[in-house]
Design a protein around this ligand. Structure first.
Ligand code: ATP
Ligand code: ZN
Ligand code: MG
Length: 315
């Protein structure tokens, strides 16, 4: 289906992605806040989100994952240790809080009243916003000691923050990411990644979503980042399932299958049963992007979606 929006005379027409956003806002599926990439969601939208989460739970049940849920915050200390600021300083969101006395409070309000920058009255908090659902688990698992034979699969889901405001509804600042994380030997992690490439493809087909699996890289920052991105591609560490959502020419990564090698076990002592450094990898589902893809391809009324899609989704 198409969502062409005719621009009033004299105005430049919306990009396809911006036109899709306008249609979602018109239909009330997304609720505007005045900030690009920050939306409320309607009841219908959330019904699809819930169904996707449940469908993914069924899809991953054979791996008997251990389910963990964290609030969308990380300890500042773990966040700094993770190296996220090395690769992605432009995406990170940190939190500041007022810790002053009443005189400071009066000065801060006066400063705000003048429309001036009040950040001098704010101190960095001991928490930051989670950039990817899997980040909280590595220090937690490492503290348990060596893994049992066969390693571990962890199921996580979280709201995530990335500072990438956009008119593309698929590029949000706060969005939900579901992940299954494999921690184990290199062979176990590679087998898990390969299994998910097949399993994910079959699942997207059942959901009636056209896609293409493509080698990808993370959006590392700066010139040093270019080298990291090249290395990631050379080693085939990241694959994305690209679905046309806002635009056909630039399809959207709705899932990714990632190998982290020993990135996290170099930071936290993740150890296999026989004492070796564990490897990690994850399959990540962009829950909001998948929701927007389903609306795009099947229409804005889930009750009239094709029976096969509803069966795959609602079980
Ligand atoms: P992109 O290349 O589109 O920026 P990414 O490589 O940053 O995606 P990952 O880091 O692999 O994405 O994140 C896992 C999944 O989370 C993605 O496949 C996508 O579905 C979802 N995701 C990532 N960034 C956003 C965002 N800004 N808004 C909504 N969903 C997102
Ligand atoms: Zn991950
Ligand atoms: Mg990105």
């Amino acid at each position: 289906m198409t969502h062409e929006t005719l621009a009033p005379e004299g105005e430049t027409p919306l990009s396809p992605a911006a036109a899709y956003r306008a249609a979602l806002l018109d239909a009330g599926l997304l609720i505007p806040t005045g900030v690009d990439g920050l939306y409320g969601r309607s009841e219908t939208y959330e019904q699809v989100v819930t169904a996707l989460e449940q469908s993914i739970t069924r899809l991953s049940a054979a791996d008997r994952p251990e389910q963990m849920r964290f609030p969308p915050l990380l300890s500042r200390q773990d966040f700094l240790a993770s190296g996220y600021l090395k690769g992605f300083p432009h995406l990170a969101g940190t939190i500041s809080c007022f810790c002053g006395n009443e005189a400071d409070h009066r000065r801060m309000l006066a400063c705000i009243g003048e429309g001036e920058d009040f950040s001098q009255f704010q101190q960095p908090a001991d928490v930051v916003v989670t950039p990817a659902a899997c980040y909280p688990i590595y220090p937690v698992i490492a503290r348990r000691g060596p893994l049992q034979a066969g390693g571990l699969v962890v199921d996580v889901s979280s709201w995530c923050f990335r500072h990438e405001p956009s008119v593309d509804p698929c590029r949000m600042q706060m969005f939900r990411m579901r992940e299954n994380v494999r921690i184990g030997t290199p062979d176990e992690v590679v087998a898990f990644r390969n299994r998910w490439l097949e399993r994910g493809a079959a699942w997207l087909e059942r959901l009636g979503l056209p896609f293409e699996a493509a080698l990808a890289n993370d959006p590392f920052f700066g010139r040093a980042g270019k080298l990291m991105a090249d290395g990631q591609r050379d080693q085939e560490l990241k694959f994305e399932m690209l679905v046309p959502v806002g635009s056909v020419e630039e399809p959207t990564a709705c899932m990714s299958c990632n190998l982290h090698m020993t990135h996290f076990s170099e930071i936290w002592p993740l150890t296999t049963a026989d004492g070796a450094m564990a490897h990690t990898g994850c399959v990540a589902f962009g829950i909001d992007r998948l929701t927007l893809a389903l609306f795009r391809h099947h229409g804005f009324t889930p009750t009239s979606w094709p029976a096969a899609v509803r069966a795959a989704l609602f079980g």
